[in-house]
Design a protein around this ligand. Structure first.
Ligand SMILES: [Zn+2]
Length: 101
């Protein structure tokens, strides 16, 4: 997985294209990430009890990693992620400024 929690990302496709956010959760199985406040959808919920009055709620849907790019913390540009080293020493690098990120 090229992304991890806390990464700042830019959405490059879909309805929230060109918005930025911070990854809250990585979902490796779905190859997607959850970013609070982005990719919000409305869900209609039935009334259940006093605590769950129902209505329309907003909830963020996972964003496929094919539709986001990492914003490099070093050069602040949207970039692709590369790797250097092997095994335990494998580290991420920014393809633009070549720094470890
Ligand atoms: Zn960079």
């Amino acid at each position: 997985m090229k992304f991890k929690k806390g990464d700042e990302i830019l959405i490059t496709g879909g309805k929230d294209r060109s918005k930025k956010g911070k990854i809250d959760r990585v979902l490796p199985k779905e190859a997607s990430v959850l970013v609070p406040g982005l990719n919000i959808y409305k869900r209609h919920v039935k009334k259940r009890d006093a605590q769950n009055p129902g209505g329309i709620i907003d909830f963020p849907r996972p964003i496929p990693i094919g539709r986001i790019s990492l914003i490099c913390p070093k050069c602040k540009k949207p970039t692709r992620v590369g790797f250097t080293g092997v095994g335990k020493d494998k580290q991420r690098i920014c393809k633009k400024c070549k720094q470890l990120i």
